[in-house]
Design a binder for this molecule. Structure first.
Ligand code: URA
Length: 290
């Protein structure tokens, strides 16, 4: 049987199209890592060894090489148990301590940048702390950065950010008059949903960020942000459009408007009118509060 050059050399365009269809959009490292041949402990953060400064695959033995080097070892040693709830609780406790000790937003940003307790930090390119005016009367909180936000280190700069800007403009606001942040400040790989553990670990940071910014009005964008900050389990379609409150650790009560996430609105444009009504509510509340 003869192979055409096409079979000998995979067509890279076809391969990329296959990856895109399979949902593989993001390279986490320069080279692939063969996890099946890795007998080391299960870790959530990438491990970079001194012998292999960039974790490059040419420094790794192939499965066949490993078997040849250890012919009497039938199976790799068992992996240690994956870290469980206790370490996560310790990280959440550290996050609470760090957040509480920040007296300004700049200090908070520094402490978050130095915090290693959330695994998302190790796959993200940047900390996405905030954008806009921390003195603004309105603070908006989304869920987690996407690809564009991760690259720029700023929240809501991609397509949903552009829609958010138009929604703000419809009530006479822009990034000079509002402050924008996310519940999770690091991009989850491939834009997956943050896990409950990741959300709990990051919770003290966004709560302190709201407390320090002390806006007149809080706007939560999407279900996860509303659930976390308004302490409710109700679905966003029931929640939206109704005033709630967010209570800070120091007891400040901030009026909060849950609304639909711009990314949801891009997928469901018929619901834009609902979000527009919510934004008109925000405008009226700002007028009322003076
Ligand atoms: N979606 C979010 O929730 N936040 C961003 O910053 C971007 C998209």
């Amino acid at each position: 049987m003869t192979f055409s050059p096409r079979h000998e050399q995979p067509d890279l365009r076809e391969l990329l199209a296959f990856y895109a269809e399979a949902g593989v959009y993001d390279a986490l490292a320069e080279d692939p890592v063969d996890r099946f041949s890795d007998p080391g402990p299960a870790q959530s953060a990438p491990q970079i060894s001194a012998a292999s400064p960039a974790g490059r695959s040419q420094d790794r033995a192939s499965p066949a090489q490993m078997r040849a080097a250890a012919p009497d070892r039938a199976a790799p040693p068992p992996r240690p148990a994956a870290p469980a709830a206790v370490p996560d609780e310790a990280q959440a406790a550290l996050a609470r301590e760090l957040a509480a000790s920040a007296n300004t937003l700049d200090e908070l940003r520094e402490k978050m940048a130095a915090f290693d307790g959330c695994n998302l930090k190790f796959t993200a390119k940047n900390l996405v702390f905030a954008d806009g005016n921390p003195e603004g009367a309105v603070m908006l909180v989304g869920e987690a950065p996407g690809r564009d936000e991760d690259l720029e280190g700023l929240p809501f700069v991609g397509r949903s950010g552009q829609l958010l800007d138009r929604m703000l403009a419809s009530i006479g606001l822009d990034r000079n008059s509002v402050y924008i942040a996310n519940v999770i400040p690091w991009r989850p790989p491939g834009n997956r949903t943050p896990t409950p553990h990741e959300t709990e670990i990051c919770r003290p940071f966004i709560e302190r960020q709201i407390e320090l910014a002390n806006p007149k009005v809080l706007v939560t964008l999407g279900g996860p942000s509303a659930k976390l900050l308004l302490d409710t389990t109700e679905g966003i379609l029931r929640l939206r459009g109704n005033w709630r409150t967010h209570q800070t650790k120091s007891g400040e009560v901030i009026p909060a408007m849950p609304t639909l996430h711009p990314a949801y609105l891009l997928r469901n444009p018929a619901h834009k009118k609902l979000a527009w009504r919510d934004f008109l509510e925000v405008k009226a509340k700002l007028k009322e509060l003076g």
